[in-house]
Ligand binder design. Structure first.
Ligand SMILES: Nc1nc2c(c(=O)[nH]1)N[C@H]1C(S)=C(S)[C@@H](COP(=O)(O)OP(=O)(O)OC[C@H]3O[C@@H](n4cnc5c(=O)[nH]c(N)nc54)[C@H](O)[C@@H]3O)O[C@H]1N2
Ligand SMILES: Nc1nc2c(c(=O)[nH]1)N[C@H]1C(S)=C(S)[C@@H](COP(=O)(O)OP(=O)(O)OC[C@H]3O[C@@H](n4cnc5c(=O)[nH]c(N)nc54)[C@H](O)[C@@H]3O)O[C@H]1N2
Ligand code: SF4
Ligand SMILES: [Mo]
Length: 760
């Protein structure tokens, strides 16, 4: 079990240098808002405690909500939950803000003027649901159920997936595949026969050497990852960080390798070369479990550290030394697979190189590498089989042969007349994903939207996507609703319950209720046969010997998993779920499809003179654009800044705090955004935290605060294997900008825009 940290230690790891919650060891600049301070908030004596799991990001930590007089006061972690072990991250702690936000959607809305004008009228649930059902029926009757698609990210989305499946459409997609971890998952499945999964099966806390390639744990605040990374660091693990930016994790590292962006495959190949040529790989493990060593050896023969040096700018000596360091601690060496992996378009191959390196180190199935996760199951509530569904996002059957899920931008493309003509997708349900800030090439997203017959947004906030919808359905926050059970298996197998801690505010409703109501209106009520959600949950829980009553008391239930072993036994015979039954260093499957069976480095264009590659990432106290308007979390960081290397800033005469507009190679702009002049980034790139620069005046705390990186992602490199959109292929230059309108002006601005949205 992970060591327990005080909040102070936890925040130090997350923000040693991030500056968001500036509580460094020196105690400088303590801007910490009250709700994040170390002293525990008083637990109301008269209050009640109800279980939940957090929805502020997708890590799903289970916790307790303390409520007084019907109002949630605070959320804390559940001690036995293996996602958090009793510690919420700063974002989860600020989750009450999702409930408190008065700028939330309050009531169903129906569009009354042209799309994007944002003129809506308030509607009753009856009216709004009737209208959505009518829209779905029209698309289905005219174009078949495959004329409908669901974009979904977040827990209540499961009920809408069920609805779409019941309708007979398989156009169900999430940006967390093609815009996030898809390449990693497909690469690992191809190599080891299994995906990495979420929470990742990384045995970070037992690792003695940790290699982070762009993975910025500590800014990427996925709870258990940060806790285990902190444990490993305090146990003296040797950390190697490969990042063009000096990340928080780099500040804990023995080696920081400030690689030239987009060249990671070259470094990975050089490391593989050194391990093989110096005989440093785990020879027993490779002989027992792997196939393709000789093909791999031949393929990387020329990929020497000297070859990689001019490409990556990492010195040959450093490449050799770090390879030896990894071998020294193997198999307790974890080359972290990362999570967000849609970088440059060759991402599945980069993730394959990462997987191959782990295989050579013998890390898969070994202590300090990747453990074998537990498995657990709760029977589903019984409902009829789905009709045979069609998925229609692919433009031709051979497209992206290794994509195992529908691609979000593929669904978007398949909705554009110039791409798909009459065969296109006509109706979108969008649950909990803010497509204009999430899908790259936003102009394409708007084009698709303009041609839809139906767009329904189910959201908590008046996010950008809701402004384009025909019908907006306001979901109540996770603190005001039941949801499906959280069933996960990591170091322990657990079931967690989310139940309402408070009545829904305003006229908001849970997603499950909306989906069930829609099913009834579409004569699909038999797919939602339960009378109440309590009855559904209780029935499922009784099937595993628990009950809703028990779960309401305990929140998290550990399931027995007799006989499970987390690591391979010495000399154990293991069958891998790959075509050969072995770990595939060389992939005949890829060769047969015409792809490189061993990853190969290809050069990416460098920024033109005067331009810098746009990189983006996370900050500890925000999740994308979903928390930037949160009344508690916005206190921790109001706006993002653009990180610029000092020597570049000097060249341009830019000082920290200057306002700039960022303009990309295609003329798209973002900002004004303040400059952060720093030694902590290479000269050929700039960095933004994603999720800022909202364009919705209905969210005044985040409206125009900082720059929206996604507005600058007008180009992507698409991964030919599985279709992920590599997004770090855009270049920006600087233009001086006036400070944005002051607070008073902002308020004026808002008034004007709000009139536009006036409810008639
Ligand atoms: N340019 C750029 N694009 C990116 C990324 C990037 O870093 N830069 N990151 C990529 C990655 S890794 C991912 S995973 C995706 C994430 O992309 P998204 O999943 O779209 O994430 P958010 O932008 O947070 O949008 C979430 C939406 O859900 C709403 N919401 C919050 N809580 C609830 C709720 O309880 N119910 C409902 N119905 N809605 C809710 C929010 O108001 C918001 O509108 O984006 C990807 N796209
Ligand atoms: N606080 C917080 N935590 C989060 C999230 C959040 O919104 N907020 N989102 C969660 C989600 S859904 C995801 S997917 C993860 C993403 O988190 P990770 O998987 O850790 O992050 P990435 O976005 O891949 O990596 C960002 C880092 O990559 C570096 N980088 C950029 N280009 C290159 C390059 O070419 N090579 C190398 N080696 N490094 C490069 C950047 O400088 C930055 O430090 O975070 C999760 N955790
Ligand atoms: S990591 Fe933080 S925001 Fe994410 S689920 Fe856990 S507590 Fe919530
Ligand atoms: Mo993600």
């Amino acid at each position: 079990m992970a060591r327990q940290f005080t909040r102070r230690e936890f925040i130090q790891i997350s923000s040693a240098t991030a500056g968001a919650v500036a509580l460094g060891a020196s105690g400088i600049g303590c801007k910490m808002p009250a709700f994040l301070r170390e002293e525990p908030l008083p637990v109301p004596d008269s209050g009640v405690r109800t279980p939940t799991w957090c929805e502020i990001c997708f890590w799903q930590c289970a916790g307790w909500v303390y409520t007084e007089n019907g109002v949630p006061q605070k959320v804390v972690g559940n001690e036995i939950d293996p996602h958090c072990y009793g510690r919420f991250c700063p974002r989860g702690t600020g989750g009450v803000g999702a409930y408190l936000d008065d700028q939330r959607l309050r009531t169903p809305l129906i569009r009354v003027a042209e799309r994007g004008k944002q003129v809506f009228r308030e509607a009753t649930w009856e009216e709004a649901l009737d209208k959505v059902a009518e829209g779905i029926r029209q698309v289905r009757d005219r174009y078949g159920p495959e004329g409908l698609a669901l974009f979904s990210h977040g827990s209540g989305g499961s009920y809408f997936k069920h609805l779409l499946n019941a309708l007979g459409s398989n156009n169900i997609t999430a940006p967390s595949y093609g815009q996030c971890r898809g390449p990693r998952e497909e690469a690992y499945a191809m190599t080891f026969g299994e995906t990495v999964g979420s929470p990742e099966r990384t045995d970070l806390e037992n690792a003695r050497c940790i290699v982070l390639i762009g993975s910025h744990i500590g800014e990427n605040m996925h709870n258990l990852q940060v806790q285990e990374f902190a444990t490993a660091v305090s146990n003296g693990a040797s950390v190697i960080v490969v990042d063009p930016r000096f990340s928080t994790a780099a500040s804990k590292a023995k080696w920081w390798l400030p690689i030239r962006p987009s060249t990671d495959i070259a470094l990975l190949l050089a490391w593989i070369h050194v391990l093989i040529e110096e005989g440093l790989y785990d020879q027993d493990y490779v002989a027992r479990y792997c196939t393709g060593l000789e093909e791999l050896r031949a393929a990387v023969a020329a990929n020497t550290p000297e070859w990689a040096y001019p490409i990556t700018t990492i010195k040959p000596h450093t490449i050799r030394e770090t390879a030896r360091e990894m071998a020294r601690y193997a198999p307790a060496t974890l080359v972290h697979p990362g999570r967000f992996s849609a970088w440059y378009g060759d991402d599945t191959q980069r993730a394959r190189a990462n997987a191959i390196l782990n295989a050579l180190l013998g890390a898969w199935g070994r202590k300090g590498g990747f453990y074998i996760p537990l498995k657990t199951k709760v029977p589903k509530y019984s409902y009829p089989a789905y009709p045979e569904g069609k998925s229609t996002w692919r433009q031709h059957p051979e497209q992206y042969p290794l994509a195992t899920s529908a691609l979000a931008d593929g669904v978007c493309d398949a909705s554009i007349p110039s791409v798909r003509g009459e065969e296109r997708i006509r109706g979108w349900l969008v649950y909990g994903t803010n497509l204009p800030m999430t899908l790259p090439q936003p102009a394409k997203t708007y084009e698709a939207i303009q041609h839809l017959d139906l767009l329904v947004a189910i959201d908590l906030m008046p996010a950008e996507i809701t402004g384009w919808a025909d019908v907006v359905l306001p979901e109540c926050s996770y603190l005001e609703r039941y949801d499906d059970l959280r069933i996960t298996a990591t170091r322990t197998a657990t079931i967690a319950l989310r139940m309402p801690a408070a009545e829904p505010r305003f006229d908001s409703k849970p997603g499950w209720w909306m989906a069930k109501e829609l099913a009834n209106r579409l004569d699909l009520g038999h797919y939602f046969p339960w009378t109440t959600i309590e009855e559904m949950l209780d029935t499922r829980l009784k099937a595993i010997g628990s009950s809703l009553e028990e779960m309401q008391r305990i929140g998290v239930k550990e399931m027995p998993t007799p006989g499970h072993r987390f690591y391979f036994a010495d000399g154990e015979d293991v069958q891998f779920a790959t075509p050969s039954g072995r770990i595939e260093l060389y992939s005949p499957q890829l060769a047969a499809m015409g792809f490189d069976p061993v990853p190969r480095y290809t050069a990416h264009p460098e920024p033109p003179p005067g331009y810098y590659r746009l990189l983006f990432g996370r900050t500890p106290t925000h999740t994308f654009g979903r928390t930037t308007n949160n009344p508690l979390l916005c206190e921790t960081m109001r706006e993002n800044e653009v990180w610029i290397a000092r020597k570049v800033a000097n060249l341009w005469g830019i000082k920290s705090g200057d306002y700039l507009t960022l303009r990309n190679q295609d003329g798209a702009t973002a900002g004004p955004v303040r400059a952060k002049v720093t030694e902590r980034i290479r000269h050929d790139c700039v960095f933004l935290v994603h999720g800022f620069g909202h364009s919705q005046p209905q969210m005044p705390r985040s409206y125009r605060q900082g720059a929206n990186d996604n507005a600058l992602v007008t180009r992507v490199n698409v991964d030919p294997l599985m279709g992920a959109t590599g997004m770090r292929v855009n270049f920006v230059t600087f233009e001086p900008a006036a400070a944005p309108a002051g607070a008073a002006e902002m308020a004026d601005n808002r008034a004007v825009r709000v009139v536009e949205r006036e409810v008639v």
